[in-house]
Each structure stands twice: as structure tokens, then as C-alpha cells.
Design a protein around this ligand. Sequence first.
Ligand code: ZN
Length: 324
Amino acid sequence: MTRADLFRLLLIAADAPGSCFDHSEVSRWPKGALDDLLKSHLVCPAQTGLTAPCPNCDDHHIETVTVAEPADDADKPRYFICCPESLKVEVTEEMCRGWAVDLDGLAAALASALAVSAPKPVVPGRFWRLGRMPWRDTTREVAFAVRLGDDDSHALMLHVGTGGRAVVFVPHRVPDRSRWPGRAPAVIPMHAAAAMTDDDVVLDPEAVIEAVNEADRLAELGGGMSLDARGKKLVRGQLKAELKGHLTDDILVAAYQEHNSIDKAAEALSKQMETTVSRDKVWRAVKRAQEAGVLARTEDSGSVSRSVASQRRDRGKKVDQYRK
Ligand SMILES: [Zn+2]
């Protein structure tokens, strides 16, 4: 077993309830790995009752340990397990110890790899907030959660906003997207994106970028992404992609929202597109958005407010009709 294998094993264990490595498992780890993992706070002594593997049987079956207290203070306690073959077997104190993944330590290592703030536990042992990470020219909220596949994970998921903009790191198991309330955030399994170097955890930036992009893409496919939720910054980034194609209503309307003026939006878009985007083109897109109920109408002089409803599907239909 290499240290890389061991790190992946720890990540799988972190997502399994009550998993604990006993003496026989730890003895198969690379030499010195346990000490290093303890030092870097990725592993800690397990809080479970004493168990030990049977030293006499080949399958090293695990049994509960009985402690025989010493007769006088000078003596040490002795440890025994029951074995179907050898009946009562004495085990060493070392064999009784178990080790678990230090989840707070793993959250801290992740925060350090992301260069974000120290993790704040929201649900101890299950959910941590890690502040915000830079994302393009904006930031995204980051969280770390374990065992999101468990039955009780809904309560944890509620700590993530429903806008689908958060980035949630998990050790290994990615819950089904449909289980998230609202739009699913980007969920990144450390198992696929993280590695251990010496005593540090590092992230593969490509894997992180890919996961966030994919989540954004799926959120958009899921429909109903409001213009406000997409944000003007995202739209600005999208503009480059649209250079070869045509200006979508989304972009025209977002530019209007950003500048709060038809004239200024047309001017800004013309500059960015290096071609003339007419005032009329922006005005028609805004009108269509208003008619579709995506953009609220306001009383004053036909201007529109920033309150946006998420009815993209309906609107899409109407826009298509309009284009025909
Ligand atoms: Zn045995």
C-alpha cells in the first residue's frame, strides 16, 4: 500500500459512519504513516469501545476486549478477547487501540489547500463552512460535508444555499443531485480531486474547475435559472463565448440590468462585442423579458426593476415564437 492509496482509503472511511482502523489494519500501512497522519491531524484515536483482532486466528476476527484491572497499583491492566478457537486470548494494549479519520483535521487541510478561512463547524463532525473561494472575477461559498449519502443528510444540505452557486467538498460519496433542496451545488469528491504530499493535502485545480463548470452547466440545463442568480459577472464572462454567435436575450437583459439604462447597455455591449449593438435590440429583449414575466415591469417610464422571476422555460417558448 502506498501513501496515496492510504489517503484514498482514509477518504472512503471518512464517508462511512463509525469507520475505525484497528491494529491489524494499521500494521499494513506504510512504515511511519500512522505517526505522520497523527502529526498532520488527519487521523486521531477512535472514540469507540475497545476491540482487538485475534492474534491466534488467520482471519484476525475482531472481538470486544475485556479489561482485567490490576490487583495492585504497581501492575498494569491486562486485556483479553474471546476466541471460538482458543477461547480466552490475551492481547496487548497496542492491539486494542483504534484509529479514525480526524474529520476536523481533514476540513482544516482542505481549507489550507484552498487558501480559504479556517473551517467553522456548523454540524460538528458532519458540516463545516470554509468561507469563500475566488472564482473567476467573483467568489463562491465553500463547505465541507461528510456522509451526505446518509439518511439524515437532508438537514446538512439545508445549510447550503438553494441557488446552486456553492461549492461543497465531500471525502468520497457524491449524493444524487435530486436530493438537494433547490439547485444542486457543485459537489467535489476529494477522492478524485485531492492528493497527499508528505504531510500536506493538495487539490488538483483542473478537477475543481471542471466540477464547478459542470455543476453550473447542469444547473442551467435544469432550467429556471434566474438572471439575478446567474449574476452579471457570469454573463460578462459568457459574452466571450457568444462572440461567434448571436447575442441572447439573457445577455442583452443582463447588460440592461447592470447599467439600468437601455442606452448605456447598448453602448457597453457595442464596445465589448466590437460591433454595433443597437439600442432597439436591447429594448426589444427587455420588452420580451417583461412580457414573459421574467423581468418585472415598473410604473415609471417603462423601466424595469431588478426583481426577476425564474420562469425561463415559459420565457424561452415565447422568445422562440417571437423569432419565428
Ligand atoms: Zn481467534
